[in-house]
Design a protein around this ligand. Structure first.
Ligand code: UD1
Length: 421
């Protein structure tokens, strides 16, 4: 795999434009399977997870074109296959959304268990619980999940999630869309990409209400038609650039964001001493690169996102005083990057769900290895803030979720380049 070479120590200055939200795109594209007609989706990020998904959908028989940058036109009218290519499905996490969309449209699906970032055990029992409540028979092996109609057929129902799960909420929304009757998801996740998926489906003719609250209601419709939709900006990509400026120091206008989605992240960085100015669809961050320690606990939205845990940890490692970072969604996530940060001079002690971080004014360059997407992004931030040269290896993970990351950081004055091994 290629690696990044980063010469750290430059403040970041300028403007960065945020791409479409990865976690919305990887749900909306499989949701196009529900639509008999052409969907034009705009603001689609050009990242490897999206490229894999498009290949899965093409392989299923979807007609796909990309008439301009960031636009995907997808027509699943002719799709008949309900068994997506397992080799492709295993390459990413969000391919599990094909379970919900194929089940709803065709009444059956056989989908391999997903791959993707394995920073923790990532069960899908809540997705399965939802499919069963909707009347599906489920055959689950170590390799695949096979769904078919149970004795009473597929129908809407009430599903109360035992844990707040983004993936299960979205998968059950998709599965319920074309079924007769009404489905109510209780204890649903409320992330912005859930609202985005519901807005996409409603634009195509679905009847979904309550997305963004903990109770989502889906009234089944017979058919979805084509239409146009624009994906929201990526909350986590924006948060990553904001955290990078906080850590390195600098003055950056982060464009194409929804400031409301960013509050859970920016309020913490403000507490740490960064200056944040919110505009209609942009945020300016100014930081002197010297932050104060703080306390963060990750939570489902609107709490502090687990997908920003590693990036804020870098800020904590450089802050004056101590910080406490508690993970409440994926307990083992610290193991993806803390030892790498320690090799760069960070002082982090992990105690169960909490990392105790003793801030130091400097990190130093080292050769480190990305073990998942957000861990990789955090190592890039650490490299940008550190003295000397950092090599971040295994960057395939980073490129799963960050569009043109080298170009964007370079435009802000960073010294970062991609080296092919
Ligand atoms: C999504 C995001 C991921 C983010 C995570 C939490 C995508 C493609 N990925 O992942 O970037 O880190 O939300 O915000 O959108 N759980 C169960 N059973 C289930 C499902 C989940 O026990 O069936 C647990 C998980 O182990 C975890 C928690 O619920 O502890 C939340 O997981 P979930 O929200 O489902 O994460 P993903 O949808 O996989």
């Amino acid at each position: 795999m290629a690696k990044y070479e980063i010469i750290g120590g430059n403040p970041l200055v300028g403007t960065v434009t945020i791409s479409g939200a990865k976690n919305a795109a990887v749900a909306i594209l499989p949701a196009a399977v529900l639509v008999a007609g052409r969907c034009r989706v705009e603001n689609v990020p050009d990242i490897s997870d999206v490229r894999i998904l498009l290949n899965i959908l093409r392989d299923l028989g979807a007609e796909i074109s990309q008439p301009e940058e960031g636009v995907v036109e997808i027509d699943c009218t002719e799709v008949t296959c309900t068994n997506p290519n397992p080799e492709l499905v295993k390459k990413m996490r969000a391919s599990y959304y094909l379970m919900g969309s194929l089940l709803s449209r065709f009444g059956k699906a056989k989908v391999a268990l997903p791959g993707g970032c394995n920073f923790a055990s990532r069960p899908i029992d809540q997705h399965i619980k939802g499919f069963v409540a909707l009347g599906a028979d489920v055959e689950e092996t170590e390799e695949y999940v096979k769904l078919s109609p149970g004795p009473d057929g597929l129908h809407g129902n009430r599903v109360s999630l035992d844990v707040v799960s983004v993936g299960a909420t979205m998968n059950i929304i998709m599965a319920a869309c074309l079924l007769p009757g009404t489905t109510v998801i209780e204890n649903a996740a409320k992330e912005p990409h859930i609202v985005d998926l519901a807005n996409f489906l409603n634009t195509m003719g679905a009847n979904i209400s309550g997305a963004g609250t903990d109770t989502v209601k889906i009234r089944g419709v017979e058919k979805l038609r084509g239409g146009s939709y624009t994906i929201i900006p990526d909350q986590i990509e924006a948060g990553t650039y904001i955290a990078a400026v906080a850590a390195t120091g600098g003055n950056v206008l982060v464009q194409n964001v929804i400031p409301k989605h960013m509050e859970c992240i920016t309020s913490k960085l403000q507490e740490m001493g960064a200056k944040i100015y919110n505009y209609d669809d942009s945020i300016r961050i100014i930081s002197e690169g010297r932050l104060r320690g703080t306390t963060v606990k990750t939570r489902p939205y609107p709490g502090f996102p687990t997908d920003m845990q590693a990036q804020i940890c870098v800020c904590m490692a450089l802050a004056s005083g101590g910080s406490r970072l508690t993970e409440s969604v994926y307990e083992t996530r610290f193991f993806g990057y803390c030892s790498e940060l320690t090799s760069m001079g960070a002082d982090i002690m992990i105690n169960g769900k909490t990392a105790v971080v003793n801030g130091h004014p400097k990190l130093h360059g080292a050769t480190v290895r990305a073990r998942d997407l957000r861990a990789g992004a955090a190592l890039v931030i650490a490299g940008l803030a550190a003295e000397g040269t950092t090599f971040v290896e295994n960057i395939g993970y980073v490129e799963r979720g960050y569009e043109r990351i080298i170009e964007k950081f370079t435009a802000l004055g960073a010294q970062i380049k991609r080296i092919e091994d």
